[in-house]
Design a binder for this molecule. Structure first.
Ligand SMILES: CC(C)(COP(=O)(O)OP(=O)(O)OC[C@H]1O[C@@H](n2cnc3c(N)ncnc32)[C@H](O)[C@@H]1OP(=O)(O)O)[C@@H](O)C(=O)NCCC(=O)NCCS
Length: 211
């Protein structure tokens, strides 16, 4: 990957991790439920290769494997990211897995929020993810993170089809916010300044046209 990412969320460090890291097998074993949901009991179950595999049109040069390390030093999560997925500035979040013992406490939301901030800072326009249709909990999680559905894909190599979701970042940078009620002839005032940086908001921009 051209850019190296390292950041923190809630005191957990998110940074590149090697596929040979001695802590990986324990984490993969703890996450067996995720693998079984995706691959059933086939040979990919529990392997790091299943997580980092890429389609033939993508090069490993664009891929990054990040580990989530707890303050104790324990590896509690993995993230696989690929830049320039279908087009420039589109990132693909191939996998994000957290150890079951650390789920449901807001860690995933905090990590994704920090990751989206990093992506925006490094020039990404959007993040794409494919979630297994059978993985309804993760589907809800991504929708709550700001993703919207952009397509579905039949996948006979997985246990169910994939739902493609994308989180598009608003590119508008507002320098001036006009006071409410100000009349500006036929000028148009943009009224929703907070949309510029809020990655969760997918609401349409609100425009006011002066009389
Ligand atoms: C999806 C995942 C990364 C979310 O991380 P997390 O730390 O559990 O997320 P949070 O604690 O921030 O929870 C956010 C929401 O997701 C829900 N959620 C999703 N999957 C969950 C799970 N397996 N266990 C507990 N809660 C889950 C929570 O209920 C919570 O909803 P709420 O805020 O309405 O209560 C994590 O649950 C996980 O690793 N799941 C298994 C792997 C997976 O499916 N990855 C996604 C592949 S597309």
């Amino acid at each position: 990957m051209r850019q190296s990412l390292a950041f923190s969320a809630r005191g957990y460090q998110i940074a590149p991790v090697a596929t040979g890291d001695a802590r990986l097998p324990g984490l993969l074993t703890a996450c067996h439920g995720y693998f079984t949901l995706h691959y059933g009991d086939d040979a990919r179950n529990g392997t790091i290769d299943a997580l980092v595999a890429l389609p033939t049109h993508k090069s490993s040069h664009d891929r990054m494997l990040l580990g989530v390390t707890a303050p104790s030093g324990e590896l509690v999560g993995l993230i696989v990211l690929v830049q320039n997925w279908n087009r420039a500035r589109q990132w693909c979040l191939r996998s994000m897995i957290i150890d079951p013992a650390h789920r449901g406490q807001g860690l995933g939301s905090a990590i994704y929020s920090a990751l989206a901030d990093q992506a925006k800072r490094t020039g990404a326009a959007s993040i794409l993810i494919g979630v297994l249709a059978a993985n309804s909990a993760a589907h809800r999680f991504w929708l709550a993170c700001g993703f919207t559905e952009v397509g579905r894909e039949v996948r006979t190599d997985l246990t169910s089809d994939l739902i493609h979701l994308e989180h598009r970042f608003c590119q508008i940078q507002l320098k001036t916010v006009l006071p409410p009620g100000r009349v500006l002839g036929r000028q148009i005032a943009l009224t929703s300044a907070s949309l510029a940086a809020d990655h969760r908001s997918q609401a349409p921009l609100r425009w006011l046209t002066a009389p």
